[in-house]
Ligand binder design. Structure first.
Ligand code: SAM
Ligand code: SF4
Length: 468
């Protein structure tokens, strides 16, 4: 979401004459768009600010000025502290006020030394005040925020405090934005939200639409080949969404569905409001609707009070589900969250040990999953030229990077198309493939979508199921 927000900030600043720069060397403004989810992410802000100092000084010596801004969730949570700790910062603003950047910039420019702090949760909807989204040159994939904030208050998480309460954008505006993106060449849209499947935006007839209905309407857009969404919460996976996975070939069979822990005791302490078996049942139903569905998840190890048995339950759940990828974190105390004040904090050495065991298991599952697609035929969305001459890079339905040998003179006509490819080999996390048909064949992607693809819940021949 921060990537999406940063792009929108660039859109807001473009009419003021600002363009993107590859490095801070000679920049007129540097915006650090920050994440507060874990302590390490928040600390990075201060080290990045330190690294910017010489650039800012050089700019001043040359008789000009570098405005420095801290945006995002660290700004929201620690605005006053940033101002006190880093006097070089001119502007601090949260994730809900960046549409006000033009006023902030003009104030900051008027007076050197004037500090701007805007961490409101404004009554106005920032999306109503943002300019139209611009598709950056040649991009065929795009994020689209449809929902923000969270009312679930997991006991470890800062999001409800930094992003505010849950809010869904009207479906009509989302569809308009999606159509504009597709008209500009985008072929894959990833819908974003902190709890994207809690989406409940107003639809055309004034009725509330859930995520499933929104996906169905998006799937009607000609030229849009692929739809994804992230991040979803197990509690909000409803029947309609499961059915949409079965019915919509454009909805990619790759789902990020964080579970955090496999222990019911810890899930309850986390206020997740689902058990490990609830999660297993949801996954079963999703896989029944879409047998080639692959899953990824987030895990936290060392939540306060987590015992060896609780952790063993997590390993068991991972083994039962079989993931295609995952993010895993040591529990990080976040100020102001209920879990931070619990006394039974887990020793860091224990957290490290558990993290490494979990990492080993999840990485072996990911490797096995990647290996299982070799020899299979998959539709690949071609995105951009590769690093080597005569090479194109695309993505599989499972977001795996796929490299193809294609003569350079055909790149322009092929980027943005989906073609069936036979996966020939795997190196690290990258796949190599050969197009099946003539790349310019007129077959539509929905037809091609039915090509035999790997069933991630069944290991391919020669591949063992991974166990802890
Ligand atoms: N809404 C999503 C959900 O409920 O699963 C998660 C969004 S959160 C921004 C991304 C991930 O960060 C979480 O799934 C969790 O694994 C991790 N996370 C959040 N707070 C954390 C904390 N205090 N310590 C470690 N990891 C944390
Ligand atoms: Fe954070 Fe997700 Fe829980 Fe909301 S549902 S509090 S975003 S972890």
């Amino acid at each position: 979401m921060n990537v999406y927000d940063s792009e929108r900030m660039a859109d807001v600043l473009a009419p003021l004459g600002y363009g993107l720069s590859d490095s801070p060397d000679d920049a007129d403004m540097v915006i650090l768009n920050t994440c507060h989810i874990r302590e390490k992410a928040a600390e990075k802000v201060y080290s990045d600010l330190g690294r910017l100092k010489p650039h800012q000084q050089k700019k001043a010596e040359d008789g000009s000025r570098m405005i420095i801004a801290v945006a995002g969730c660290v700004a929201q949570a620690e605005g006053d502290e940033i101002m006190a700790r880093a006097p070089q910062v001119d502007m601090v603003f949260g994730p809900q006020t960046y549409h006000r950047l033009p006023e902030m910039v003009s104030k900051a420019k008027r007076a050197v030394g004037e500090k701007i702090l805007d961490t409101d949760f404004p009554a106005e909807d920032k999306f109503d005040h943002l300019p139209e989204e611009r598709v950056r040159k040649g991009e065929v994939t795009s994020f689209l925020t449809i929902q923000e904030g969270c009312d679930k208050f997991c006991t470890f998480c800062v999001v409800p405090y930094t992003r505010g309460s849950e809010f869904s954008r009207p479906a009509t505006t989302v569809l308009q934005e999606a159509r504009r993106l597709v008209a500009d060449g985008v072929r894959e849209i990833t819908l974003l939200g902190q709890n994207v499947n809690a989406y409940h935006g107003e639809g055309a007839e004034g009725r509330e639409w859930g995520l499933a209905r929104l996906c169905r309407e998006l799937a009607e857009i000609d030229g849009l080949e692929r739809i994804r969404y992230t991040t979803s919460h197990p509690r909000d996976v409803d029947d309609a969404l499961i059915a949409a996975h079965g019915d919509l070939p454009k909805l990619m069979p790759y789902l990020h569905l964080p579970v955090q822990s496999g222990s019911d005791r810890i899930l309850e302490a986390m206020n997740r409001k689902h058990t490990a078996d609830d999660y297993r049942r949801i996954v079963d139903r999703l896989r029944t609707a879409r047998p080639d569905l692959a899953l990824t998840s987030d895990f936290i190890v060392g939540y306060p009070g987590e015992s060896d048995q609780d952790f063993a339950d997590t390993l068991k759940l991972v083994t039962d589900i079989g993931y295609a990828g995952a993010f895993f974190f040591k529990y990080s105390e976040r100020p102001g969250t209920p879990a931070a004040s619990l006394r039974e904090q887990v020793d860091d050495a224990v957290k490290s040990e558990r993290l490494s065991a979990l990492q080993q298991l999840l990485e072996s599952q990911q490797e096995a999953f990647n290996a299982s697609v070799v020899g299979k035929t998959m539709p690949i969305l071609l995105e951009k030229p590769g690093k080597h001459e005569n090479q194109l890079v695309g993505r599989s339905p499972y977001l795996q990077p796929v490299h193809l040998d294609i003569p350079e003179n055909r790149h322009a006509s092929m980027i943005g198309t989906v073609i069936d490819c036979k996966i020939s080999s795997l190196s690290g996390h990258s796949l190599f493939a050969v197009p099946i048909d003539d790349a310019e064949s007129g077959t539509d992607s929905a037809t091609r979508h039915n090509t035999a693809r790997p069933n991630p819940s069944e290991p391919s021949s020669g591949q063992e199921r991974i166990s802890a």
